[in-house]
Ligand binder design. Structure first.
Ligand SMILES: NC(=O)c1ccc[n+]([C@@H]2O[C@H](COP(=O)([O-])OP(=O)(O)OC[C@H]3O[C@@H](n4cnc5c(N)ncnc54)[C@H](OP(=O)(O)O)[C@@H]3O)[C@@H](O)[C@H]2O)c1
Ligand code: SF4
Ligand code: SF4
Length: 378
């Protein structure tokens, strides 16, 4: 495992940080997290050198923190830094912020958090957090030793990112970034700005929620034709770690093989490691993807549940997969589930709730209709 120094904080973090947002449920369907498997995956990552673990109050129906707390028993807590988050929806004043933080500490079975983030903010959410005194609350909790670092995770346009990062004294920022998102959200400009301000950067959605792990034919051909052979996942992580501003790349793994693969990859990556030919390859890969992607849905599920039962990420996944991989629609799992649960776009009543919740600011309503027409044609 390669470690990177967060200069501002004087600590070393593993380049690979484990995300706790995407653990699978129990095969029986009884629980949203297969707890035994998740605990074993978390400990496997830590045993392999990971010392940065990311979760949030809302992940996996508010159970992610509980499972992480259990995984960090038996001496594992002392081996890692924990990042978790305060969602805007759960707080309205100092008392509710205090209650939330205390609940998170209880669930995580720890007396302090390392990184505490205002969750998924843009300018509007940041103004809300300021209006209820969140920055002062975070500063006070730092003084009390209940949190070590005041941070935010970001989903929004670059202009909002620039405003927020310059508007307070932050210890770390977490942004969505990957080779497809260089001009999206904080993007290249945001990463560079954070670097100039000396604020450590943690990356989320480095594989676009897993989409970049499965190269379509035209992308795979580019990888195959390159003299050095690497998997799509390795290329994506290598590209991220090439950036000196990046401290940690989060990845949410569901299988032991993925943990092991990522441990291997993050043992080889250093800032500035990519040659000009490799950088050119990734530019070509980006263009090849752009020619195929239907919609940039990352399956974060912030838009769910739809009050009318529409499976928004499922429909977009089926639409993208069909375009990227030429999947056979008659055997597409997502589409079958959507039909079984009567969760098609024909149920949409255009209430707009999903578009207000989407961190990618996608035109969900119109896209759903287009997607559904294509997926159900013939
Ligand atoms: N603060 C926020 O607003 C926010 C938003 C999003 C995410 N996050 C955090 O950031 C973390 C990382 O984001 P993410 O989960 O979207 O990360 P990601 O790395 O973009 O995607 C994770 C997915 O990539 C696939 N994957 C990972 N390693 C692989 C490997 N070696 N080989 C093949 N596939 C691999 C898995 O997909 P399959 O499931 O298809 O196998 C996994 O579920 C989250 O877990 C969460 O903690 C925060
Ligand atoms: S606009 Fe349609 S898809 Fe979106 S939340 Fe409303 S009913 Fe659901
Ligand atoms: S439509 Fe937006 S909010 Fe919904 S899953 Fe996709 S990216 Fe997330």
């Amino acid at each position: 495992m390669k470690y990177r120094t967060m200069e501002k904080l004087g600590i070393k973090s593993s380049a690979f940080g484990l995300g706790c947002m995407r653990f699978n449920g129990e095969p029986s369907g009884d629980s949203i997290i297969d707890e035994q498997k998740a605990v074993s995956l978390i400990r496997r990552a830590i045993d392999g050198g990971v010392n940065y673990i990311d979760t949030a109050y809302v992940y996996l129906d508010k159970t992610s923190e509980i499972v992480l707390g259990k995984a960090l028993l038996d001496g594992y807590r002392d081996k890692v830094t924990i990042a978790t988050k305060m969602p805007k929806e759960a707080v309205k004043d100092r008392a509710s912020m205090q209650a939330l933080l205390d609940e998170e500490l209880r669930k995580l079975q720890t007396d302090h958090l390392d990184f505490y983030l205002m969750h998924g903010i843009d300018k509007e959410k940041w103004e809300y957090f300021k209006s209820i005194g969140a920055p002062e609350f975070f500063d006070d909790m730092k003084k009390e030793g209940k949190i070590r670092y005041k941070c935010f995770s970001f989903h929004g346009p670059y202009e909002d990112f620039e405003y927020i990062i310059k508007d307070s004294d932050w210890d770390m920022v977490q942004i969505q970034y990957n080779f497809m998102d260089v001009d999206n959200q904080a993007g290249d400009k945001g990463l560079k700005l954070a670097g100039e301000l000396g604020i450590p950067v943690v990356i989320m959605e480095g594989l676009l929620g897993g989409r970049l792990s499965k190269a379509p034919e035209n992308v795979q051909k580019l990888y195959d034709d390159f003299p050095v052979k690497r998997s799509a996942v390795e290329w994506a992580f290598r590209w991220l770690c090439n950036h000196p501003e990046v401290s940690v790349v989060l990845s949410g793994c569901n299988e032991a093989e993925q943990i092991d693969d990522n441990l291997r990859i993050f043992d080889t990556v250093e800032p500035g490691i990519m040659s000009d030919d490799e950088l050119k390859l990734m530019e070509d890969v980006r263009k090849a993807y752009q020619s195929r992607t239907k919609i940039g849905c990352t399956a974060c599920r912030y838009c769910m549940p739809c009050p009318n039962g529409v499976d928004i990420p499922g429909i977009f996944a089926a639409w993208n997969n069909h375009s990227l991989y030429n999947t056979d629609l008659s055997s597409d799992w997502n589409l079958r589930m959507i039909r079984e649960h009567d969760a098609g776009a024909d149920k949409c009543i255009r209430c707009g709730a999903c578009e207000r919740a989407c961190p990618q600011h996608l035109p969900i309503i119109e896209s759903l209709q287009k997607a559904w027409a294509e997926l159900t044609a013939g």
